[in-house]
Ligand binder design. Structure first.
Ligand SMILES: [Zn+2]
Length: 199
């Protein structure tokens, strides 16, 4: 399967994992490149490859849907997720109907399989007849974040133009930036310039 970027490039780019939770990495697939809001996804293949890289599914779809439908639905779910995370963070009433619509269409069951006589594996397997079914683990990850996430630790990067969210899992819980190499560094340079201007 083809995708816009290789796995190596994906892993090497710090922006892809700053969320530290699949649902936040999901929202973060729309991010700033320079001063331009840029979508990591431009095709169905990009979305499917992202889902596999995040570990939300083991395989890209074996079913084919109308061209562009996975991209369209994934973008729709991403906006639902973003609004829900923003509302939850601001302690506002959560719009749940649309997310529940995705969850309702999720089809899954558990399977017990044997790797050897003494190694049994128990896992949940998701349907993939429709794009909503393929996106089910993503929708569930968003629901899991909203219901179980600690929103004192789920924050928006303090970078002025930044749109990225992250789950602060540091020991001191003082994380302020999506990444020290990105906004953290920019803030340090600006603070240095401000001090230089004053002196
Ligand atoms: Zn940032």
């Amino acid at each position: 399967m083809k995708s816009g970027i290789s796995r190596k490039e994906y892993v090497a780019s710090p922006v892809n994992f700053v969320g530290d939770h699949p649902a936040l990495n999901f929202i973060n697939t729309l991010h700033m490149v320079g001063s331009k809001l840029t979508d990591t996804w431009q095709s169905d293949e990009d979305v499917a490859a992202w889902i596999v890289r995040e570990g939300l599914r083991d395989t890209v779809p074996s079913t084919t849907w109308p061209d562009g439908s996975l991209l369209r639905k994934a973008r729709q779910l991403r906006e639902i997720a973003r609004k829900a995370v923003e509302a939850r963070k601001a302690k506002k009433t959560l719009p749940l109907d649309e997310l529940n619509g995705f969850l309702e269409r999720s089809v899954s069951h558990c399977v017990l399989s044997a790797r050897s006589r003494i190694d049994l594996h128990f896992e949940r397997v998701y349907g993939q007849k429709t794009v909503e079914q393929y996106l089910a683990p993503v929708a569930e990850s968003v629901a899991e974040l909203l219901s179980h996430g600690d929103f004192d630790l789920i924050r928006h990067c303090e970078g002025e133009q930044c749109v990225l969210w992250f789950y602060d899992r540091t020991k001191a819980h003082r994380r302020r930036w999506c990444s020290p190499q990105l906004c953290g560094n920019r803030a340090k340079v600006e603070a240095f310039r401000a001090r230089a201007r004053r002196s």
